[in-house]
Design a protein around this ligand. Structure first.
Ligand code: AOF
Ligand code: ZN
Length: 364
């Protein structure tokens, strides 16, 4: 199943709003055929896997199948995979997690009803995490949201003067550029615009299109200010600001440069309704994956609003040692630990000299 999950990830970025799915056929304890969903609208993982077996002269009926998602049971853009699996003569199938799509689910039952031995919930957390993006698309109207941050061992994202270039090693930064490549939009707060003058484009990976650059600020910059986004990327820059600021002369001047200004309603707890901006990104701009890159105030807002799906934290093996240096997160003042925000640990690996930690919402 872990191998099938690795295959599934190859499709990431090309399947939206369909899930990434991987399948393998196993005979005599060996993986003998592989398949994954490669492209939205194209064949699913299971038929690709069956075709791979046949092209190698292997009869799928002699194998058991492992698939990360329950075979679909509907005629969508492609015929039902449940039928294909049954017709191929598979007698035993291991399923990672059930299909959350009410139109497509039912494949496991279909196969059971026809005498196939069906095992569900194999490496289930792994397979759930693999389809977290799909569940966001199914159950919400917004893109899947990554939060990426880079900090020192003491949780600092900049010195007290705002200096932050660079915290992490070259390898980690290249990794972030690959993540930007997957994302249709990169989102930062106004503080990050002012402190870093970011480009928010893809530089260390091959990419034809740069993501949209979103700046969240109630305090719009002057159109003359020397920011890279205004001078070089105005047409791809969208400001999320208050409805009042969106009607201001500053907004008009930025629009004249080619920037878009979206006035967002005020959120009940203060700040802007980030969810509205995200929904517009998906409906108007076709953004399936968005990436928030901080700073600490905006990052916390995304988490508090339940709008963060996956938090990737690069921790560099260095210490700033200054209580006034900028924190990973800021904006709350709890007095006891039970008021802390809780996340779920979802994985770790080394990235050059740094450590990449992945967290997800506790309840997803
Ligand atoms: C599978 N295997 O590899 C994938 C599945 O319109 P269609 O035909 O592409 O069907 C899309 C739905 O099928 C999608 O919403 C999800 O429920 C399921 N995706 N199912 O058996 C796959 N990608
Ligand atoms: Zn299918």
């Amino acid at each position: 199943m872990r191998h099938a999950a690795t295959l599934a990830r190859r499709g990431r970025g090309n399947t939206a709003p369909n899930p990434c799915v991987g399948a393998v056929l196993v005979r005599d304890d060996q993986v003998v055929a592989e398949g994954w969903h490669q492209q939205f609208g194209g064949p699913h993982a299971e038929p690709n896997c069956l075709a791979d077996a046949r092209s190698k002269g292997i009869n799928p009926a002699d194998c058991v199948m492992f698939v990360t998602l329950e075979p679909c049971n509907h005629q969508g853009k492609t015929p039902p995979c449940s039928h294909a699996v049954h017709k191929a003569g598979i007698k035993e199938i291991f399923i990672g997690t059930l299909d959350p799509n009410p139109q497509a689910e039912g494949g496991a039952q279909y196969l059971r009803d026809r005498g196939v031995t069906v095992h569900e919930g194999i490496e289930e957390q792994l397979c759930l995490d693999l389809t977290a993006d799909f569940r966001t698309w199914q159950f919400t109207a917004r893109p899947y949201v990554f939060l990426k941050m880079a900090s020192t061992l003491d949780g600092k994202i900049a010195t007290r003067t705002g200096h932050s270039k660079w915290i992490t090693c070259e390898e980690s930064r290249a990794d972030v550029h690959r993540l930007r490549m997957l994302c249709g939009a990169v989102i930062v707060g106004g503080g990050t615009l002012r402190a870093d003058n970011p480009r928010l484009n893809v530089r260390r990976a091959e990419s034809e299109v740069d993501p949209l650059a979103i700046v969240v600020t109630s305090n719009l910059p002057d159109a003359e200010e020397d920011y890279f986004l205004l001078r070089q990327r105005a047409l791809q820059t969208i400001f999320w600001t208050t409805e009042q600021a969106a009607a201001s002369a500053k907004a008009k001047a930025l629009t004249d440069l080619g920037c878009r200004i979206w006035g967002l309603p005020a959120a009940t707890g203060g700040g802007l309704e980030l969810g509205h901006g995200l929904e517009r990104l998906r409906s108007e701009c076709g953004v399936w994956y968005a990436l928030c890159e901080g700073g600490g105030t905006l990052a916390l807002r995304f988490i508090e609003a339940g709008l963060m799906d996956e938090f990737r934290l690069y921790v560099a093996p260095r210490i700033v040692g200054d209580a006034q240096a900028k924190n990973l997160f800021s904006g709350r003042a709890p007095e006891t630990m039970d008021q802390a925000l809780n996340l779920r640990f979802a994985g770790s690996r080394t990235s050059g000299v740094d450590t990449l930690l992945t967290y997800r919402p506790k309840d997803k």
